[in-house]
Design a protein. Sequence first.
Length: 411
Amino acid sequence: MRDVFILDAVRTPRGRGKAGKGALSGVHPQELVAQTLGQLARRTGIERKDVDDVVLGVVTQFGEQGANVARNAVLAAEWPEEVTGTTLNRFCGSGLQAVNFAAYGVASGDQRLVVCGGVESMSRVAMGADGAMLDGLNTHLRKKVAMVPQGISADLIATIEGFSRKDVDAFALRSQKHAARAIEEGRFSKSLFAVVDPDSGKVLLEKDEYPRPDTTLETLGQLGAAFVQMGAVPAGPGGETLDQLALKRYPKVAKIEHVHTAGNSSGIVDGAGLVLLAGAEYVKAHGLKPRGRIRATATAGAEPVIMLTAPTPASQKALKLAGMSAKDIDLWEINEAFATVPLQTIRNLGIDADRVNVNGGAIALGHPLGATGAILLGTALDELERSNKATALLTLCIGGGMGIATIIERV
């Protein structure tokens, strides 16, 4: 298979995902991608007509995020009509899956230059707006696999692993402090660009809007557990609560300890991120200087009720394909959907925690569902260059019991 080079990665700042309140809430998701496309073309100097495809992850494909955001964003950006676009959904792994699918096209030799990434405007198209839920409202599937909301799954993992409220709050504080340091030192500035109002051209947002640098353990401790009431909702055919449905798969667990809060779970935000991949022949023919290359990609499935444990097998699979071990990875980006996810992955793989999410994660910065995977890649690439390191592994947990992982290497 041919080498797949990373030419560049750019992203919007992440705006608070509240309708009418977040700085990006007035911008259509197609326009967020269109501005990101424009920035990517200007930064790299590529011929836009050479782009074989735009592959975009979007989770809630409903309303403004329906109708193939990728193709419409190409048109909104006034790119050549010959450039195609496709939109995919692998839940929270969508942005990284877009990168991986694009990499397959380049590695095969069928494509020379591909834009990939994702977008999510959570202020304009709220989670669950499509009304489908994780099982797609399939009552037959529900009888076989009683999937529960992810927050309950996260609390179940914490209960089994013995992660206390103190543990998850401490990780959340770490995320906030690392993100605050990264922002203060300008570690995100290489990939970031300012989003402007599509009509007036006025700058709307220049830096991530979600972080709370003044967070303390005391303020985190004052937050109530977010999923206690949800866990008590009757949802089973026999009147079982959501907690009871989860525990049917884990009868050795007496009770789910609800430890996750709004402060130690990922933030709801708006944002877009894109990555530009190219083959070696295109790079050579156009005198381009790649920043990195894709070493390996993988997905893995796991038990769907507990749902969020698959970053471990996905990472192991990618490491095996690359002929590497966890100790060979200089930097890890483990998406902070809930604090327990990176905590468990670190424990399972024996990772040095000092190599994980060194610039904070989704707890501090937010998780724009379809965009996060591509944003993590750009963050990792920037940090590899800043710290003069070589390799990074990006991994995300995914609804329905899946995980995704990608290993990149700095060039």
